[in-house]
Design a protein around this ligand. Structure first.
Ligand code: GSH
Length: 214
């Protein structure tokens, strides 16, 4: 299999942690996509992922999978028991729900703030450059507030259970963890009162897969 990505970016990191959790590194070749040079917006890359984002997984039969959730689900079910997306109906439902909340309230909200209210990845890659949309800066800042509310929400969750979707580490934890990495990159601080979130982050950061992603 092949993964098209760029090391160190939040979404690629999610999948690199998954690969380490599932011990699949020896079966995957990484192909670097030059994001700063906008390679992911060129026709060759858009042909494999029309949304123009990384990571993309290419299966051995040539099928392309994009979206971290879809890639995680595929890798988690590839062999043996799924460990990141749940085994029982209840686990699967809870993980899916919390994963969706983590994408919506952290990663996606921070992405909107980063791309619209800051210089993002640079002028060449700043989306929606139309001058009449300049008030999107305000829209971006609203999403910074949304991300902070998201941190407070996950802090409340983690006061009552060890992991984001319950008793076990799951895909939802990886998404929240990557969300906090992205928040740091976008200079959105975790509110001081979010002590359960900070303690959970320190615990998750000690996992071998997180310390040494693929
Ligand atoms: N929903 C997508 C989001 C992927 C994503 O936004 N990746 C970022 C890198 S962390 C990217 O490719 N950004 C480039 C851009 O938006 O121009 C997923 O889950 O894979």
């Amino acid at each position: 299999m092949k993964i098209y990505d760029i090391p160190g970016f939040p979404s690629p990191l999610r999948i690199r942690v998954v690969i380490a959790e599932k011990a699949l590194a020896s079966r995957i070749e990484f192909i670097k996509v030059d994001l700063p040079a906008a390679e992911h917006k060129q026709s060759a890359f858009l042909a494999i992922n029309p949304t123009g984002t990384v990571p993309v997984l290419q299966l051995d039969d040539g099928t392309y999978l994009s979206e971290c959730t879809a890639i995680t689900e595929y890798l988690d079910n590839l062999e043996g028991n799924p460990t990141l997306t749940g085994t029982t109906a209840k686990e699967k439902g809870l993980i899916h729900m919390m994963q969706k909340r983590a994408d919506d309230q952290l990663i996606d909200a921070i992405g909107i703030y980063f791309h619209h209210a800051t210089d993002g990845l640079g002028a060449q890659l700043k989306p929606y450059k139309k001058p009449e949309w300049s008030d999107r800066t305000v829209w971006g800042q609203m999403h910074r507030d949304k991300a902070i509310s998201g941190m407070k929400y996950f802090d409340e969750v983690l006061k009552t259970q060890p992991y984001v979707a319950g008793d076990q580490f799951s895909m939802a934890d990886i998404t929240v963890w990557a969300g906090l990495i992205f928040a740091g990159f976008a200079q959105i601080a975790i509110p001081q009162e979010c002590t359960a979130l900070v303690a959970w982050n320190a615990k998750v950061s000690e996992r071998p897969s997180v310390k040494n992603p693929a």
